[in-house]
Design a binder for this molecule. Structure first.
Ligand code: GUN
Length: 283
């Protein structure tokens, strides 16, 4: 039996639909709509594409998005000045600085200067600290979306062996913390892990966020595992994940495709966080 596909695009679309209704309701009560500011510095092609997708999604649900496309020569000081202005702007509920940033602009410094109450990416130390402590705060979008995708299968997470491949601050580490919050037994694997296969073979839930095409193959995966592919790689000019999808699908109970799995959920969670920020301020 072949695994069932977790359709991230469809799940994201249904989230868009309910956010759209909620925003209409909020607008009728407050006479305002949520506002998201996106700052993009430089010419990274993928970043420009992601930001356009975020902009389009905002429009679809009724969030007012303002995108600042800044020259690669923009200084850290200039970006910080813009963040300061947006922090003070009542019409802006969320601020997102697209990563990666050009050399010379420090990611840590940038994230530290966004107000935690507008940090819809969940990258500020206050929000990552709250995640660590199990307190309520903005959750980073990709990990939050990954948990929703796993929950959409109706398979219980509690007590399961979960393996997260990758230890980035954006995806791997926070995903592991969220799985722990759901009472999974969590293993984090990374580039220095010995016997990666052994760990993966033991997993009921596999989340791969390594950025290595074809890293997870059929022989490594336990029968009926849930496989979430958060990898973004280009192979022969095509967007692929970390998982050998065609073959792993034969073994998994559920699997996410790339594209159409984790990606659309990341954007849906950004919209959700922006609406959450708006509600905290106005209702
Ligand atoms: N670059 C890749 N993923 C992300 C993300 O989730 N947020 C931001 N700001 N930049 C990214």
């Amino acid at each position: 039996m072949s695994g069932k596909i977790i359709d991230g695009k469809e799940i994201a679309n249904s989230i868009h639909e309910s956010l759209k209704n909620e925003i209409e309701e909020l607008k009728s009560k407050t006479d305002k709509v949520p506002g998201l500011a996106v700052i993009l510095v430089g010419d990274d092609k993928a970043s420009h594409k992601y930001v356009s997708m975020k902009e389009k999604a905002c429009k679809k649900v009724g969030i007012n998005s303002v995108v600042y496309r800044l020259d690669a020569n923009t200084t850290e000081e200039e970006v910080l000045e813009l963040i300061d202005k947006l922090n003070k702007d009542e019409d802006i509920n969320g601020i997102l600085v697209q990563l990666p940033l050009p050399n010379g602009i420090g990611e840590k410094k940038i994230n530290a200067n966004i107000l935690p109450s507008k940090d819809v990416d969940g990258f500020h130390a206050v929000n990552t600290g709250k995640l660590f402590l199990g307190e309520e705060g903005f959750l980073p979008c990709t990990p939050k979306g990954i948990i929703k995708l796993i929950k959409s299968t109706d398979i219980e997470i509690e007590g399961k062996n979960a393996v997260v491949i990758g230890r980035s601050n954006i995806v791997g580490k926070p995903t592991a913390l969220l799985l722990l919050r759901e009472n999974a037994t969590v293993t984090i694997c990374h580039s220095r892990t010995r016997n990666l296969e052994e760990h993966i073979r033991n997993a009921d839930i596999i989340v791969s966020a390594a950025g290595v095409a074809d890293l997870v193959t059929e022989t490594m995966v336990k029968d009926k595992a849930i496989v979430i592919d958060a990898g973004i790689n280009f192979k022969d000019g095509k967007l692929v994940g970390d998982v050998d999808y065609i073959n792993v699908k034969k073994k998994a109970s559920w699997i996410t495709p790339v594209p159409g799995g984790v990606g659309p959920m990341t954007i849906a969670m950004l919209l959700e966080n922006t609406v959450e920020a708006f509600k905290k301020k106005w209702s």
